[in-house]
Design a protein around this ligand. Structure first.
Ligand code: C2E
Ligand code: MG
Ligand code: MG
Ligand code: MG
Length: 293
């Protein structure tokens, strides 16, 4: 597993150091090269429908294996890409790759589930990006109603009328709009309530070891119940144990994701993981190919 645990090295990354600006420029150049030289990879982390215990989606997460620095986590390079004007290109690549990999899962293996993709607030702000995004979806064999776009709550804070129109167009196409990391952003429910989203992801801060902390538990329960009351599908990220799963299911949570089920995996490992589910507690995704619209 390509460095799921090396993030610690980057946690001490010093944004105030004197060489910081040079370092950013260097990393940006290298990220551009990585995009061109296939050093980027899509990893899959399954989402489990807690009502049926069936795999219902895969979140596609970007990985960068730097030739000298080793694994660089997305929490480091995504904000840089956003600041340095590289995010649109990166996101379009992620969408194209994720849909291509989903086509393999569906057509070659019959694993027919949803595909969840992270979209930056900076992407939604660009009209040019939007057109290219639609072209990629059109050219793929994946129907729009199998696609989930995860937007972070804090990014939605900056959405203007233009961005709202683009999100509405995506939703009309059948793309599911999901609010990611809910509870950690700076927006309030009233600020995001005008967005046409159908899914809400409770941040792992409130999910991981939920039973160990009463505050966490109350926030998790209240968030799930509010979202269900609004008619939303609720995903809990950061499920780490059977106890986490039990508690979130008891609160009415629909879908779980976390290390308890699986860490993010490259496509080959993910296919093996899915194959190995036969006769296990977690069930394989619905079988069959997508029927393109
Ligand atoms: P996210 O969208 O909230 O993705 C979930 C993150 O939580 C992933 O980290 C995943 O590996 C991690 N995670 C899942 N289950 C557990 C768990 O049980 N315990 C713990 N400790 N962690 C868990 P990752 O892949 O490092 O991604 C971090 C963030 O970077 C993502 O958070 C997302 O905001 C961003 N990101 C990743 N890929 C992309 C991308 O292609 N585009 C954009 N715009 N952002 C991305
Ligand atoms: Mg996400
Ligand atoms: Mg999230
Ligand atoms: Mg999160």
């Amino acid at each position: 597993n390509s460095g799921e645990n090396t993030a610690i090295k980057w946690a001490i990354f010093q944004p105030e150091s004197s060489d910081h600006a040079n370092y950013l420029l260097k990393l940006t150049g290298e990220l551009k090269q990585a995009l061109e030289n296939n050093q980027l990879n899509i990893y899959h982390q399954p989402q489990i429908d807690l009502r049926t215990l069936r795999v219902c989606s895969s979140e596609c997460l970007l990985r960068w294996q730097h030739p000298k620095e080793g694994f660089i986590p997305p929490s480091v390079f995504i904000p840089i890409a956003e600041d340095m004007g590289l995010i649109n290109q990166l996101t379009l690549w992620v969408i194209q790759q994720s849909l291509a990999q989903q086509a393999i899962l569906s057509e070659e293996y019959g694993y027919n589930h949803m595909v969840s993709i992270n979209i930056s607030g900076k992407d939604i702000a660009s009209k040019h990006f939007f057109k290219q995004c639609l072209d990629i979806i059109d050219a793929s064999n994946i129907p729009a109603d199998k696609i989930i776009f995860e937007l972070t709550e804090s990014a939605s804070f900056a959405y203007n009328d233009h961005a709202l129109k683009l999100i509405e167009e995506l939703a009309e196409l059948g793309v599911t709009i999901s609010i990611d990391d809910f509870g950690t952003g700076y927006s309030t429910m009233s600020q995001i309530s005008h967005l046409p989203f159908q899914e809400l992801k409770v941040d792992r801060e409130f999910v991981e070891n939920v039973n160990d902390d009463n505050k966490r538990k109350i926030i998790a329960e209240t968030t799930v119940k509010m979202a269900k009351g609004l008619g939303l599908e609720v995903v809990a990220e950061g499920i780490n144990s059977q106890a986490d799963e039990d508690t979130l299911r008891k609160f009415g949570c629909d879908i779980g994701q976390g290390y308890f089920y699986a860490k993010p995996m490259n496509l080959d490992d993910y296919i093996d993981w899915l194959k190995n589910l036969v006769n296990g507690r977690i069930k394989q995704p619905v079988q069959g190919e997508f029927i393109p619209a």
